[in-house]
Design a protein around this ligand. Sequence first.
Ligand code: BES
Ligand code: ZN
Length: 887
Amino acid sequence: MDQFRNQPRLPKFAVPKRYDISLKPDLCLCKFSGSVAIDVDILSDTRFLVLNAADLHVDDASVSFKHRSSSKIFQPSSIQACEENQIFVLEFAETLPTGSGTLSINFDGILNDKMKGFYRSTYEHNGEKKNMAVTQFEPVDARRCFPCWDEPAFKATFKITLDVPSELIALSNMPIIEEKVNGHLKTVTYQESPIMSTYLVAMVVGLFDYVEDHTVDGVKVRVYCQVGKANQGKFALHVAVKTLDLYKEYFACPYSLPKLDMIAIPDFAAGAMENYGLVTYRETALLYDDQHSAAANKQRVATVVAHELAHQWFGNLVTMEWWTHLWLNEGFATWVSYLATDSLFPEWKVWNQFLEESNHGLTLDGLAESHPIEVEINHASEVDEIFDAISYRKGASVIRMLQSYLGAECFQKSLASYIKRHSCSNAKTEDLWAALEEGSGEPVNKLMSSWTKQQGYPVVTVKVKDEKLVFEQSRFLLSGSCGEGQWIVPITLCCGSYDVRKNFLLQTKTESVDIKEFLGCSFRKWDGGNDKSCDWIKLNVDQTGFYRVKYDTDLAYKLRNAIEKDHLTATDRFGILDDAFALSMACQQSVTSLFTLISAYRKELDYTVLSNLISISYKLEKIAADAIPEALVNIKQFFINNFYFAAEKLGWDPKPGESHLDAMLRGEILTALALFGCESTIKEANRRYHAFLDDRSTPLLPPDIRKAAYVAVMQTVSTSNRSGYESLLRIYRETDLSQEKTRILSSLASCPDPNIILEVLNFLLSSEVRSQDAVFGLGVNWKARETAWTWLKAKWEEISKIFDSGFLIGRFVSATVSPFASYDKAKEVEEFFASRVKPGIARTLKQSIERVHINSRWVQSVQKEHDLSRVVQELGLDECILSRITE
Ligand code: BES
Ligand code: ZN
């Protein structure tokens, strides 16, 4: 037994080929019993069989070997479970013969409340509370439902049988082949699956309605949801059918199962899960209501569906060999979901919005406590934490960088050959590079290894020096420290116009080029202010590269000028702003100069750029509140002025036929104005909110601006004026639309009154909020961060119990800890968690503490910027800017 403990992987002397699983869930008593017969190949002499199980009670087990007409049965001499490693070991008195045998096990378990393994979710039907049984196995929880070789490389086929109450719908990966009713129960058998990994097995049992359609190939697609909500499934159904057709073309390979079901689950930890043929979703990620969902909800549904369906190829058909390569699944699905969404809804300009993904990746990877994309995994408990912005967002971003380097066509062809080569099997990161290398003739492995095996990314400094352009790379860290590392950076640049483009690979620390030779034109240096028509140079054109750029003063000035003159694309405007912000957080550039740059965005109307500017403003406001509280009023006014142009253009009411992006932008701008305390916005929001309270279908408060109104209402709530808070809770209780509930939850904590915040936080843990949703309420107003931290400490035991392991618990830590900006607080947090940290939150905790250090350093540096207050005030009052606003 001991030799099998603390091994990250199961031994390979026996491998499963086929599982025959029978399960009988009891939805009233929340337990289940089951049996499994696993056809195994014994590859080498062994007296042990080692497989995974967790929280299962194994009743008995035996292995049988058929030999001609007779069969020999081996009973284990001992069955030992090691809960810590989630394995159990069958020991036999004699050596098992090599060859094929069948391992039979009877077991039982409980339908837990933890949203993993085989669990229960609850819903109401005709006013009655009911349970449903649901599975969530990724990453390592199939072992909570049946004993198995629960690693992605142990692929096998699955034959599933369920015994369930006869009035319920019971779904699994494959189509039903038989339903036998026997009194109150029925036995449902499903077609045997193609070979697949355990984490993709799924079952759902409950009452549902559905809508149905099919692809051009005749694959039957259904969206299941709670009884009465079928209409809300139509949009996702449309997206799914179109996307399956598209992926079939893109991957040059048809969808491999006869059906695809997608189902909304009321209690669901992740956003969605790509189980083969039975994709499970949170309601908010699948259902779209014409009347009450916002444009942002619609986009979320489309991208989540596109993401999960991408996994049917990238993940399910070709599966990562081990969790180290998780990013192959998640990074790739994230990237390709943009491709699909863009093809279905070009007017959403999702490739511009993709920059928000990159941005999250860059932010997390700017921490010393980040990790490489390919990360070592030594224990099951470490896997949950790597479903993070590195695997998803950095992963997707480096794929985008590579695609734009190799070209779309070559990239697609190579992908198709990768899929073909590894289908029904497993792959590692190198396998993808090999296919792309063959398809392109480029040294893809060498290029990409610098991005996937090494954590972090470079900042490329660019200067003009003696008629030369000098490039230098070094690791970018938000802490301002100098990091190690060198990357092969695909540099792209434009000079003066998008027609003058240059590309090269920066492979060394520094490189310089002769401007005249390289650009084929002379480059005029800024003459000190008079000649404002000088050419600009923009690196990382269209922001397809995963790196930051730091320009010398002259180049930065010219870019600011080009922004004012509207010479740059939205993606480049985004990049310049975002890099400047990150550099200032790393104290490599003053916040004063950042404010000057921001003032060049006063006439900005692009959704993605403004949306990022809004989140930057929130962060700057918080830092200013710590560093220079006396300037806060001016800073808020500066932001209000800065957003006014867009707010005026958009107004409060949707314009007939307006774009999806304008609809999303209106909500974000109004929310920002409310949060910065713009009185007219708060007043108008309250007026419309009251009309909404009187009539839920008033045209005065369409879904796109509801959150803005809720946030505005919460700005006026205090212990002596609770009515806005209470009416929001009423709406929360009354609605059965999850998107409305999360909209409210994510507005409540914006209240500036810490006493109300405390109530809100306690509400999050009450039975009225599903534990999947509590995290939405954690975006606590800066003024109440101390309240939130005290609350977290007091409730830690309870929170740990509810969220156990899993990735949601990390959000409690990061949301509560990261807003602080003092070294003392960082220490206090460390001390508190010293005895409480566990594998599932260790990384997140370290990252949150690092953020506190970064904030602290930033605050100290901002305090030394003596001009800041004056500059902000001047910028805010700059008449020429004001006149431009009203032009
Ligand atoms: N495979 C994941 C689901 C998952 C996440 C399982 C974390 C276990 C732990 C799924 O494909 C996924 O990535 N879902 C995303 C949504 C997606 C659109 C980014 C999610 O759950 O947020
Ligand atoms: Zn995914």
